[in-house]
Design a binder for this molecule. Structure first.
Ligand SMILES: Cc1cc2nc3c(=O)[nH]c(=O)nc-3n(C[C@H](O)[C@H](O)[C@H](O)COP(=O)(O)OP(=O)(O)OC[C@H]3O[C@@H](n4cnc5c(N)ncnc54)[C@H](O)[C@@H]3O)c2cc1C
Length: 399
């Protein structure tokens, strides 16, 4: 076992809370430092949690938290904007006990993971935004925006796609790459659609992509991806009112033969949009006692449905490496060897899927022609098994 006694975990999102639990299970203490006073925001409204993420959570006995909050969404039915049925594929894999992908609100996912980490004895400090960190003879010191600092043996940067830790480790590290579609998600009630609960309808509309699933309560959980060539600022997006989003979206989907317009009109909550990013390859993941995991190290476009699962796998694999290897340097190197190939392959897959959402008129025709054959291949199993069948054996020793 490495000599790590206490880890400083930067960021209390998905990777940070799971890292705290996994480290504890591996015999190490940690303190989570979260920038926001009460946790991160609700970007993305809801997310789909793949079976491999549930399998990774199971290694630390935390998968039931997601199963309790989510509803099963094991299938996707793909349509074109003309209403033409293009195919039907699994939405993520199925674990040997029959567990399938779950869809849940992002805020619920953050909350249950953080509450469970606290219940198991982790410490979480809010309002602590990391600004800098330095290596010391004994480990590392983290400095926060409020002028305070903390010392630990190692620092794990789980601070998301715009990670500060990434730049501390490598000042020339790449930033997030903009993907030219926006993301808007919300909930509609009192509207009837002919979709099976648990099946996501994914629609390649003429002008934008639209997806929805029926929650067991009858509520419709939906998202839209309006194309947007140039990167908007967050201030620009925040200035768009709910009514402006509604008008823009109903206009975008007006020419489609789908229930998108009806669903958007039946939505009562606040509409907000986010820019989409990924992060294909960060050359340096660790330096001395500092390392990045989750979106801080690699981020996939939401279309892969794998960001949260990869963050969890990272946290669990890192804890195993620190548990089994005698020094931090060896543990970090082993971690990178176990993770880099897989996560970069998933990010590449996510980028390809996102590009098909933003296709122009010619690309659209080709896509609709080729899609049924591609979907048949996926439906026949196998082609995404490498993504969903990933399994971490907690008890196996990392050599
Ligand atoms: C619109 C959208 C839809 C998505 N849909 C899906 C989906 O369907 N399925 C899926 O698996 N994934 C999805 N994702 C991706 C998923 O949300 C992320 O991959 C996942 O949250 C990554 O976890 P993380 O812990 O690495 O980062 P985050 O969850 O972003 O957490 C980072 C944390 O660090 C904190 N932080 C940031 N900077 C600092 C600092 N300097 N100091 C201290 N704390 C800091 C933040 O406040 C936050 O709490 C989606 C993302 C978006 C934007």
């Amino acid at each position: 076992m490495s000599r790590v006694k206490e880890a400083l975990v930067i960021g209390g999102g998905v990777a940070g809370s799971v890292a705290a639990m996994a480290l504890q299970r591996a015999g190490m203490d940690s303190v989570v430092y979260e920038a926001y006073p009460g946790g991160a925001d609700d970007a993305g409204a809801f997310l789909t949690f793949a079976s491999n993420g549930l399998d990774a959570l199971r290694t630390i006995d935390a998968h039931r938290l997601v199963l309790a909050e989510g509803f099963p969404t094991p299938r996707m039915e793909i349509q074109s904007g003309t209403g033409k049925y293009l195919g039907n594929v699994p939405n993520g894999g199925t674990l040997p006990d029959g567990t399938v992908s779950q869809t849940l609100k992002r805020s619920d996912l953050y909350r249950v993971l953080r509450d469970e980490a606290l219940r198991r004895g982790a410490r979480v400090e809010y309002g602590k935004r990391l600004v800098d960190a330095e290596t010391t003879p004994d480990g590392v010191v983290a400095r926060f925006e409020d002028g305070t600092q903390s010392e630990g043996d190692i620092l794990i940067g789980a601070d998301g796609i715009h990670s500060r830790t990434r730049r501390i480790i490598g000042p020339s590290a790449p930033g997030a790459r903009y993907i030219p579609v926006l993301n808007i998600g919300c909930y509609a009630s009192d509207v009837r659609v002919d979709a099976e609960p648990g099946t996501f309808r994914m629609i390649f509309g003429k002008r934008a992509f639209f997806g929805y699933a029926v929650h067991p309560s009858g509520e419709i959980w939906w998202f839209a991806n309006p194309p947007r060539a140039d990167e908007p600022t967050s201030a620009e997006l925040a200035a768009i009112s709910t009514e402006q989003w509604r008008e823009m979206l109903t206009d975008l989907f007006a020419g489609d033969d789908t229930p998108a317009v009806e669903i958007i009109r039946a939505t009562r909550g606040r509409l907000a949009g986010w820019a989409t990013y990924d992060l294909p390859s960060v050359p340096t993941w660790h330096r001395g006692p500092m390392i990045i995991i989750g979106d801080a190290a690699h981020a996939t476009a939401p279309s892969s449905g794998q960001g949260a699962s990869m963050a969890i796998e990272d946290a669990v694999v890192l804890a195993r490496c620190l548990r089994d290897l005698p020094d931090t340097r060896g543990a970090f190197a082993a971690y990178e060897k176990l993770r880099r190939g897989r996560v970069e392959r998933i990010v590449a897959h996510g980028a390809r899927t996102s590009n098909s959402k933003a296709a122009g008129p010619v690309g659209r025709v080709l896509r609709d022609l080729m899609m049924p054959a591609i979907l048949r291949r996926v439906a026949n199993g196998g082609s995404l098994a490498w993504m969903h069948d990933y399994h971490i054996d907690w008890n196996e020793k990392v050599a």
